[in-house]
Design a protein around this ligand. Sequence first.
Ligand code: DGP
Length: 115
Amino acid sequence: MADCLFCRIVTGEIPATIVKRTEEAVAFRDIDARAPTHVLVIPTQHIPAVREATGPEREQLLGGLLAFAAQVASELGLDKGGYRIVTNTGPDAGQSVDHLHLHVLGGRRLTWPPG
Ligand code: DGP
């Protein structure tokens, strides 16, 4: 989508620190890191949020995205200490970019519940 920030990161039109990419997904460093490791994992296909990821094809995509995020976390050395994967959906959750993204956070003790 032409006016989507994360679609423009996928195409390289907007620069980002890419950690890993496949045809289906891209992982890159969050510009506003909230933990020593804070990576965003997005599908290359434009899907606004997890609530739109319905139907068998998108459910499969979601599974792949989660597995990809776990792989990225592992490659960034987070397996031992652990990490959190979270996706904000809609205004009450504070979603600020309307392109489905998983936050992968690690490298420090994370509090629960989130604010
Ligand atoms: P959320 O609030 O869940 O929609 O998270 C959006 C995240 O996107 C937020 O943590 C900051 C990050 N972000 C926003 N703009 C950019 C950008 O231009 N580049 C990068 N790398 N991250 C961005």
